[in-house]
Design a protein around this ligand. Sequence first.
Ligand code: HEC
Ligand code: HEC
Length: 245
Amino acid sequence: MITQASTCRLITVSSPIFADSSKLAAKASRTIQAAFFAMAFAAVSLSTTALQAAAPEKVAVADLAKGQAIAAAACVACHAADGNSVISIYPILARQHAGYLAKQLHNFKVKPGADGAERANAVMGVFATALSEDDIRNVAAFYAAQAIKPSYSKDKDIIERGQRIYRAGIPSTGVPACAGCHGPNGNGIPAQYPRLSGQHADYTAATLAAFKSGERANSSQMMSIAKGMNEGDMKAVAEYLAGLR
Ligand code: HEC
Ligand code: HEC
């Protein structure tokens, strides 16, 4: 890398394009040098991360059997044993990204010194607070590993409007295309962007309303997006997503 950077500087300085302006040449060569150092640094830090990940004692591996036991004992009544809840106000957890599920369980808890949880929900506040760090990792990994039995659209009249919002956003109110972050098929991108496809429409619509009202305040991105949506928009996109595969 360092050899490359110095070679590059030599080439830049002697380049005829910069020959008439030594200042410009110096500036350009500094920029190029900086870029090469950044690349070299990134390469070094990547290999350090790889080494750390390889050290077994530092990696906390999820225990799916323990996660299953928690699900069967504490979550089954609402989310079902395999995460495919049958009641539409309870989110389907099956196949959701584990990192996203774990984040939500942390967000339902009231942090020390805070007035309320970032994601305020009386029921989930109680259940999440009862879970340890290990419990959260295990139950999130268990639900993420279950096959999804997706929900489906019931109100066919509004799914075209929902599809438009999902693919193109709502330009008049500044709402971006949902697909830009949640993916063309609504599968999300681990761990930041959750899966939305196949989710119960009632839950998705209620969640968008909670982002808008601030009851769910754990994503500044989603809170500002929901502000540009009315109830009809939310219902339409939620119906579309329930049937998306
Ligand atoms: C009495 C019903 C009930 C029980 C039992 C329950 N939940 Fe929930 N859960 C809910 C409701 C309602 C929501 C939606 C909350 C909201 O609207 O913010 C939810 C939301 C969630 C979410 C967020 C999902 C998402 O897509 O953002 C996770 C994760 C979750 N629950 C995990 C669990 C786990 C793990 C357990 C067992 C330890 C559990 N829940 C037990 C009712 C329940
Ligand atoms: C700029 C990226 C971005 C765009 C665009 C975006 N989202 Fe999101 N969305 C997120 C992030 C990040 C989260 C996770 C928030 C968290 O960590 O709690 C999320 C979460 C959600 C959730 C909660 C899922 C659950 O299981 O509770 C819903 C519903 C949602 N988005 C719907 C939409 C819809 C509908 C649109 C388009 C109108 C949209 N999003 C556009 C970034 C985005």
